[in-house]
Write a protein that binds this ligand. Structure first.
Ligand SMILES: [Zn+2]
Ligand SMILES: [Zn+2]
Ligand SMILES: [Zn+2]
Length: 87
């Protein structure tokens, strides 16, 4: 388990406003799990989903940290550093 400065910078965790991947909804594509970007609050699909929108969003926008949007899961993940933290 590793942590990084990005994870330390998250003080108030943003939760999902809508329980869906906005990009997959546009495409009519399914997703597996959901992640919420901690910079802009966008909820997108995980790396097990066909389109991996959360990962692509992190790369494209340089928004490094997501929180799990799954009910009952309380953890943060940093894509560039492969960092993980529970909260
Ligand atoms: Zn990081
Ligand atoms: Zn998606
Ligand atoms: Zn974002």
């Amino acid at each position: 388990m590793s942590t990084c400065a990005h994870l330390s910078a998250v003080t108030a965790v943003k939760s999902a406003k809508r329980y869906e991947c906005s990009e997959c909804v546009k495409l009519g594509s399914p997703w597996v799990h959901l992640r919420t970007c901690q910079e802009c609050g966008t909820t997108l699909c995980c790396d097990n989903s066909p389109n991996r929108h959360a990962s692509m969003h992190a790369k494209a926008t340089k928004h490094p940290v997501v929180a799990s949007a799954e009910p009952g899961e309380r953890w943060l993940y940093c894509y560039p550093d492969d960092g993980f933290a529970e909260y």
